[in-house]
Design a protein around this ligand. Structure first.
Ligand code: ADP
Length: 397
């Protein structure tokens, strides 16, 4: 019997991830995804007590109807009454939000005002907030921002070398993302290192479909690889990460691309997909690379080299490095990528423990280096738990 559950919502433009977290045990009671919203066959897939089930939604159903269906499901499972708060993942908090907040009308206005910084994500988050407010009119709703953890970055790390007016008048600066994950990893790494968070120096590599690396000094973010948008930095599933910004103009002037086409190439056709010319699925790329596929090999080489270079450069703000932490679908599961990155960082005294590297997969955490000052480790991330705990902390006495 549960009596304090948090409903966690992560809304995209045509999808909506949801989960129910028990605030006391921290267990995920139910999780699911409403997908293909607005299409001819939108669907909800969910997992409850080990069973995977689906619910077909009406054609063209959008977020509100998905949330309403989920609420009916919770009611059918007798879980509805135990929900005491709603937590929302919000992608961009600009400089306004340095921590999570209870959502009121003023917060909604502020979120609308900064939506232009994340035009693909924040409007979807606002739709999710509205849908959840309709579905749970008596519950407090909390916004947890992907950017908030990085607001501690110093100006030298977040400022682009552009005319300063672009920052002062238009907010063009590095914000960073995946903050909830990097925050969680910092807390967990401190525990594994047996250190106070305020004395913990790590480099956290969140490697999923999106990927970013963050330098954490004394428990706070001091630099991160994503920028004004989540396009900058590492090689990702379909995003290119760092490129010469003049490539965009070259493609437009010399190759006849439109603005939108360049945007699409950089965001949707690049990264592991673009390099391998196969897929953005890292598992498949690893298999094909082992079979000798040149594109797959190149994709892994560029991915690992870029990541190793970023990690090396983040020792600059840290001074002392306690640990490099791998997380996200790739970071938690790919022993191959971790081994390659650690090998390229030998100069820092890192030596891979091959068996520990194989053991730390599929949800297992652990230290994967031996005989070294700085450690490398694997920690499964849990952004939903951070969102749930913030929602509880801000709404319950
Ligand atoms: P998202 O950013 O969408 O949440 P995830 O964190 O789930 O993504 O990461 C997805 C990536 O993790 C995919 O590229 C997938 O291939 C990769 N991945 C999952 N399991 C493995 C594995 N065993 N080996 C290598 N890559 C894996």
């Amino acid at each position: 019997m549960h009596n304090s559950l948090v409903f966690v919502l992560n809304c995209g433009s045509s999808s909506l991830k949801f989960s129910l977290i028990d605030a006391k045990s921290h267990d995920e009671i139910l999780s699911g995804l409403a997908d293909a919203l607005g299409s001819s066959n939108p669907i909800i897939k969910y997992k409850y007590q080990g069973d995977k089930k689906t619910i077909a939604l009406n054609a063209n159903a959008m977020h509100q109807s998905a949330v309403d269906t989920i609420v009916t499901l919770l009611s059918d499972l007798s879980l509805n009454d135990a929900v005491i708060a709603v937590g929302h993942r919000v992608v961009h908090g600009g400089e306004l939000f340095t921590q999570s907040v209870v959502i009121d009308n003023q917060v909604i206005e502020q979120l609308e005002a900064i939506s232009k910084l994340a035009p693909l994500h924040n409007p979807a988050n606002l739709i999710g907030i509205n849908a959840a407010q309709q579905a749970f009119p008596n519950l407090a709703q909390v916004a947890v921002f992907d950017t908030a953890f990085h607001q501690s970055m110093p100006a030298k790390a977040f400022t682009y070398a552009l005319p300063h007016a672009l920052y002062k008048e238009h907010g063009i600066r590095r914000y960073g993302f995946h903050g909830t994950s990097h925050y969680f990893i910092t807390q967990q790494a401190a525990k594994m290192l047996d250190k106070d968070v305020s004395e913990t120096n790590i480099i956290s590599a969140h490697l999923g479909n999106g990927a970013s690396v963050t330098a954490v000094k004394n428990g706070q973010s001091v630099d991160t690889s994503m920028g004004l948008t989540p396009l900058e930095g590492l090689v990702m599933g379909t995003r290119c990460g760092d490129v010469d910004p003049a490539i965009a103009q070259y493609m437009i002037d010399q190759l006849g691309y439109s603005n939108d086409e360049v945007n699409n190439v950089f965001n949707k056709q690049s990264g592991l997909l673009g390099l391998s010319e196969l897929t953005n699925d890292c598992r498949v790329i690893e298999e094909r690379a082992q079979q000798g596929h040149a594109g797959a090999k190149l994709a892994l080489d560029v991915f690992c080299y870029r990541l190793a270079k970023y990690i090396a450069s983040y020792t600059v703000p840290l001074g002392r490095l306690d640990a490099i932490v791998f997380t996200g679908g790739i970071g938690e599961n790919s022993d191959l990528i971790r081994a390659s990155v650690i090998e390229q960082l030998e100069i820092f005294g890192l030596a891979l423990d091959e068996q520990a590297n194989l053991d730390a997969r599929f949800g297992n955490q652990g230290v994967i280096t031996k005989n070294s000052g700085a450690k490398a480790m694997v920690i499964p991330t849990n952004e939903e738990l951070v969102i749930a705990l913030d929602a509880i902390a801000l709404t319950q006495e």
